[in-house]
Every structure is written in structure tokens, then in C-alpha cells.
Write a protein of this length. Structure first.
Length: 511
């Protein structure tokens, strides 16, 4: 009998050691134990991909306000009056939500966070509280620039795709900290992983000269570059999935999006090319072959893995640094060199419908070279009307860095104000219940299951694919349900266009 009792005690001890650190042995270990946001604050994605607010379909034009928190914490605008006035201005223009990061841009932000996390979290609280005061929802971007975090922990960008990396460990801990702290904040309307990671994915230069955006920027060490400084879309999708699962552990209600920009013209071809990666030095040859419509749908879907429920894309509408500045209202996609922006928007709506997900136009309305043109506000209104005509529910005007209400920026805000008031009038934008007291509801138990990283799994030792390469010559159109009347066959190679998108955007964002 004594032996039986002793064995039982040993077994109990071993079982208690297996309980996760955050839960005591006698506490719940199910998903209900850590679930927050039982008040159901924020934007929610229904099973059919409809975005709702307080149970009603929601349509709105929002605003990017990059510096609201970031410039407050990094000392660019240390006076809180800056974001106080900025958010008040947003409210005055009838803009119901903004998008901004709750992190910094450069690696030194994470040094600051590690040194005094509570002080940084309190600064976040200040900004979110001010947003709530002005009845403005926030789509929170959690890890803005993909290069900053690996540098902070002394790793390479591709380490985001390793399950045992310091990069992923830190990212999961950071995301967990932010989400746990603010999951019950009424001003948080949605979560976003980062900003435009997809524009850096699947790029590789075997001479280690091109596509290394961090060179010469503050906080980056001058270390020897190698193939592991590049990352594949497979590694990125793994990272997205892991972080989204962390979010879903605490918040099973709010929308989650990637923060991706538009798909490159050759996104799927580039993704397929990384399956021939040299796993020893982590290099590959880029395939710039233009994607068919069917491949575009595949890429958009693959880049938005479960449990992420909202597809993201960004687009600009003017030349950048051109000697002949002009508006750009067509794109070269799917074998059509003059595809209208309206039809391009509809292609993203189609991709969202086919994948059963929502769609967020995270950055629009930036005309670059044409910002100072007299007719820019008029052109902006036209683009905004195309957004609504295409069926996109939420879209955010890009304002570089901080809130600005002068010149062309002010005229754009006036346009957003008018359009949002029209949506309020026709019942498409009802925010009243979002700011009323909420009662707690029962935990959500029928969603948010742990998911795998998209269609392929990642070898956590090397980051390489363990799935055999599929046959995809770009001509397969089976299952492609285009609703925009465009060709579903492969177009002409577009290396110049595909590469230029990232160069243009990185120059703009690295300031």
C-alpha cells in the first residue's frame, strides 16, 4: 500500500510540473481560462466575412495616425498635447477609427520597453484613453517593422520562421503583454500583426547587396550579411499564425489582420521559387513571372492564414520621384496592363469572398508626386468612391507620420467627413452602441482553435518547406471565380514593377 501511495504522489508531482506557468494546477486550463474581451468590444468578422460593430454591418473611412503613440514614446513629440489635439481633430472630421502602432519603429524602442515596460504601457494607456474620450476606435498594429525585432534580439530576419528562435519568443511575449493589457479597452477595435511584411518576403540577392533595407539606419549593427537576412513568405506565414494564435488566446472576438500591402505582381511565383531554397545558405533565385488571377487569389489567401480573419492591402496612386509626375489609376495585373483601380479593388473583394474573410484597405489616398496638385482632393474623392463601389467596408487614409489638417491633407479630411456622414445617414455606420456600457458575455468556445501555418508547414530547424513542390505553371484557372471581368491567365513578366513597389514604400516608411 505504501508503494502505491508513493507512486501516486510521484505521479501527482509530475502532473503538476506539466501545468503551464501561467496556470495553477487547480485552475482552468481551457481556452476560457485566459479569454478576455468578454464585453465584445471592437470590430468583429462574421462567418461570411462581413465586418460588424455591435452586431451590425459596419462601413467607414478611417485614418492612419502613425505617430500618435510612436512619436510620443520616442520623443519626437513628447508633449501629450500633440496626440490630444490630433485625436480631437480626427473626431471633429467625423472619422470613427484610426490605425496606429503600439510599438516603435527602430530596434531601440524594444530596449526602452525592456528597461521599463510599465512606463511604456502607461503611455499606451494614455493614448488609448484619449481615443476613447473622443469616441475613436483603434486598429492596433503590434510589431510595425519586421527588421527591428530580430535586430533587437541579435538574430536574422528569417528567424521569424523558427519555432525555437528568440525573435518569435520575444514577439509572442510582447504581443501577449499588449493584448492582455488592452483586450478589455473599448477603444481597441482590431489587431494587426505588422506593416507590409509581404513586400520584403521572398526577396533574395545572392550577392547580399539588394533588399537589405536596414543598412545604415539607426540601431542596426554593421554585421556581415548572408542569406538568412532574407525571409520567405512561408516563414512569414508561420510567424503570422503563431502571433495570431497568441492574440486569439486572449481575444476571440476582435478582427485580426496582417497589415500586408498589395500583393506583388509576381507574389505567387516568388513564393513557389522559395521551395527551391538552398537550405545550407538560405538563398534562392527569384521568379518574377507575373501571376494569373487564379494565382493572385492563392497568394492573397495564403498570406492571410487562420486564425487571421481579415485580408489587408495598401495602395498608392501616384508616381514617386518621377521627372514626369502623374496619377496612377491603373495597374499591370493578370495579363492586363491597364487594369483599372476599381477592378483591382474588386479583385481583392473577390479574394476575400473566396477565402471567407473580411477585407481592410489599410492605406489608401496617398498620391506621392501629385499631393500638391490642385485637383488632388477631387481625385481622392473619386478613389474613395471606388472603394465604396467595390464593396470594401473599411479603409484608412494614409497620412505620413502625424495628424495633419492643413493644405491638401485638410481637404482630404473634409472629403472623409462628408463620406462618413453619408454612411451614418443611410445606417451603414452606427457607432453609438460601441461607446455605451457593455455587459460581460459568455466566453466564445466555438472558434479560435490553434491552426497550422497555411497550406505548408515549416521545418522548425531550417525553416524550409517539407511539402513537395506543387505543379503550377500559371495557366490553371480551375476554381477561379472572377467577378471583375479580367483575364485569369498569366500575364507578362513584371520584375521592374514588382521590385519598384518595395523600394518606393521602404523609402517612404524609413523616415
Amino acid at each position: 500500500m505504501k508503494k502505491i501511495i508513493a507512486a501516486a504522489l510521484i505521479l501527482c508531482t509530475l502532473c503538476s510540473m506539466a501545468v503551464p506557468a501561467f496556470a495553477a494546477a487547480d485552475e482552468k486550463t481551457t481556452e476560457e481560462a485566459t479569454q478576455m474581451n468578454l464585453y465584445r468590444y471592437g470590430l468583429h468578422v462574421e462567418e461570411d466575412g462581413t465586418i460588424t460593430l455591435e452586431g451590425k454591418p459596419f462601413y467607414a473611412f478611417g485614418l492612419n495616425y502613425f505617430g500618435a503613440f510612436t512619436h510620443y514614446v520616442d520623443g519626437t513629440t513628447p508633449d501629450p498635447q500633440t496626440f490630444i489635439d490630433g485625436l480631437a481633430g480626427v473626431a471633429e472630421h467625423n472619422i470613427p477609427f484610426v490605425r496606429f502602432p503600439l510599438c516603435g519603429y527602430y530596434p531601440n524602442y524594444y530596449d526602452m520597453f525592456d528597461e521599463d515596460p510599465e512606463a511604456v504601457l502607461n503611455m499606451m494607456q494614455e493614448v488609448l484613453d484619449e481615443a476613447q474620450k473622443n469616441k475613436i476606435g483603434v486598429i492596433v498594429s503590434l510589431l510595425w517593422w519586421d527588421a527591428a525585432l530580430p535586430e533587437h534580439v541579435g538574430e536574422k530576419r528569417s528567424d521569424m520562421g523558427r519555432a525555437d528562435s528568440k525573435t518569435l519568443e520575444y514577439a509572442k511575449n510582447y504581443v501577449s503583454t499588449i493584448v492582455k493589457r488592452f483586450a478589455d479597452h473599448p477603444a481597441v477595435w482590431g489587431w494587426e500583426i505588422g506593416n507590409e511584411y509581404n513586400l520584403t518576403a521572398d526577396l533574395c540577392d545572392k550577392n547580399f547587396k539588394d533588399y537589405l533595407w536596414a543598412d545604415g539606419l539607426p540601431g542596426f549593427s554593421d554585421t556581415e550579411k548572408n542569406g538568412f537576412d532574407y525571409f520567405t513568405s512561408e516563414e512569414m506565414v508561420f510567424y503570422f499564425t503563431e502571433l495570431a494564435n497568441v492574440i486569439r488566446q486572449y481575444d476571440k472576438y476582435r478582427m485580426i489582420t496582417t497589415g500586408n500591402s498589395e500583393m506583388r505582381a509576381s507574389a505567387w511565383s516568388m513564393h513557389q521559387a522559395t521551395r527551391r531554397i538552398n537550405t545550407k545558405d538560405h538563398t534562392w533565385n527569384i521568379d518574377w513571372s507575373a501571376d494569373s488571377y487564379n494565382q493572385f487569389i492563392k497568394a492573397v489567401t495564403y498570406y492571410t492564414p487562420d486564425p487571421i480573419d481579415t485580408i489587408s492591402f495598401h495602395l498608392q496612386f501616384g508616381t514617386a520621384g518621377s521627372s514626369e509626375p502623374s496619377y496612377l489609376f491603373t495597374v499591370d495585373r493578370f495579363g492586363n496592363s491597364e487594369l483599372s483601380c476599381l477592378d483591382y479593388f474588386k479583385a481583392y473583394v473577390d479574394a476575400a469572398k473566396q477565402s471567407g474573410k473580411a477585407l481592410y484597405f489599410g492605406e489608401f489616398g496617398d498620391f506621392l508626386d501629385m499631393e500638391s496638385a490642385e485637383d488632388c482632393p477631387e481625385k481622392f474623392r473619386q478613389v474613395a468612391e471606388w472603394v465604396h463601389e467595390a464593396g470594401i467596408q473599411i479603409a484608412s487614409l494614409w497620412q505620413f507620420q502625424d495628424y495633419t489638417d492643413s493644405g491638401t491633407a485638410a481637404k482630404k479630411l473634409d472629403v472623409l467627413s462628408e463620406l462618413n456622414l453619408e454612411l451614418v445617414a443611410d445606417g451603414s455606420q452606427d457607432v453609438s452602441a460601441a461607446w455605451e456600457p457593455h455587459e460581460k458575455k459568455e466566453p466564445i468556445t466555438d472558434a479560435g482553435e490553434e491552426t497550422s501555418a497555411g497550406e505548408e508547414s515549416v521545418n522548425t530547424e531550417s525553416g524550409s518547406s517539407n511539402q513537395e513542390e506543387s505543379s503550377d505553371n500559371g495557366a490553371d484557372t480551375k476554381g477561379c471565380k472572377s467577378s471583375v471581368g479580367i483575364s485569369a491567365t498569366a500575364g507578362v513578366s513584371s520584375a521592374v514593377l514588382g521590385g519598384a513597389i518595395a523600394v518606393k514604400r521602404k523609402k517612404r516608411k524609413n523616415q
